[in-house]
Design a protein around this ligand. Structure first.
Ligand code: TRP
Length: 340
């Protein structure tokens, strides 16, 4: 149960509130978060402040998706009695820690960050890179350390950000002469990042090649129908390629019947198995994975007051926790304190 005196190790992760979560999130980190609920004291951050760093031109999108992502959490089975779900922008200690940490990292270190470099390329920022975007990894270090998280379930693209967090933690320990904050480790799913439906990009909220967890049965079927297969597999009798074939990549991740998938792969390679048959199987697998998630999501969506109350409770708990860390860091550094 949720309790400020819970002594289990702490897990923290978050999602930018820029759109509903998709199958890539499910395979990449939601499953790990579900498992952590029984072993860790877990916090999930609805990262609306971070979402603004590349969506300042569309604050409504950031606002509206806070509830959408919260619904996704609840729909996949995040249990508000075991995990605190909280709103990043409502935790002032995170902003204050960010301001302190910005002094323990160099501008060149931030511009060399591989995650940031990739994201800058993908964003094509028209009028230049917002300073908030370049600095969001520092804010993410504040997120992680404010909760004293030691485990961070994320996709592999986020690993360099955990590295940076640990660098800041060590800088501060070095400055103070003792360990103030724990280092964290990324908990990365063995699946790796799921490709988008087109097989080119990675599945991403921003590129439109994603299957949202809230997809309707028709949307699922259409997405599977459009999936990139082997462009040289023209007739059913032709031998086909598995590598780069998105339908098989997804079967590998989501079909629990390993034996059946391996048999299909062999048949496809030999020739004689049509794309429609393989897609038909994936469609069935995804329909049965997503149907209960969609139903639970719809049930929570009919009760927004309950969901908002979950966020309020989680955010209050997170406030106490993060404020205490901020106080410790300020004291450890020996910053001025006016008592009034
Ligand atoms: N950067 C993460 C994303 O792109 C979101 C995030 C914000 C996060 N704060 C975090 C992840 C803290 C892990 C830990 O979705």
């Amino acid at each position: 149960m949720l309790d400020d005196a819970d002594l289990r190790p702490i897990g923290l992760t978050g999602d930018r509130t820029t759109g509903p979560l998709h199958l890539g999130h499910y395979a990449g980190s939601l499953k790990n978060r579900l498992a952590l609920q029984s072993t860790h004291r877990q916090f999930l951050l609805l990262a609306d402040a971070q979402a603004l760093t590349d969506n300042a031109d569309d604050p409504a999108r950031v606002r509206q998706n806070v509830l959408e992502v919260a619904l996704d959490y609840l729909a996949v089975g995040i249990d508000p009695d075991r995990t605190s779900i909280c709103v990043q922008s409502h935790l002032p200690a995170l902003a204050e820690l960010t301001l302190i940490y910005l002094n323990f990292v160099t501008v060149s270190r931030l511009s060399r960050n591989p995650t940031i470099k990739d994201e800058i390329k993908a964003r094509g920022f028209g009028r230049g890179i917002p300073a908030g975007f370049l600095c969001y990894p520092v804010a993410q270090a504040a997120d992680i350390t404010a909760f004293k998280a030691t485990v961070v379930p994320v996709g592999e693209d986020q690993a360099p950000l955990i590295e940076l967090t640990n660098e800041i933690v060590r800088r501060i320990s070095h400055q103070v002469g003792r360990e103030v904050l724990p280092e964290a480790r990324a908990l990365i799913s063995p699946v790796g990042r799921l490709p988008g439906v087109d097989g080119k990009s990675k599945m991403s909220k921003s590129h439109g090649h994603a299957i949202p967890l809230s997809a309707s049965p028709n949307e699922i079927t259409n997405a599977v129908r459009q999936m990139f297969t082997d462009p040289n597999h023209l007739r059913t009798s032709d031998p086909g390629r598995i590598e780069g074939n998105v339908v098989f990549t997804y079967l590998d991740v989501f079909d629990e019947d390993r034996g059946a998938v391996e048999a299909m792969k062999a048949h496809y390679r030999r020739g004689g198995l049509g794309d429609m048959d393989v897609k038909g199987r994936l469609d069935r697998v995804l329909q049965s994975l997503l149907a209960p998630i969609r139903e639970r999501r719809a049930a929570w969506a009919r009760n927004p007051d309950y969901v908002l109350n979950v966020l309020a409770q989680g955010t209050m708990r997170a406030r106490r926790h993060t404020q205490a860390t901020l106080d410790e860091v300020r004291d450890a550094l020996g910053l001025f304190r006016l008592n009034f």
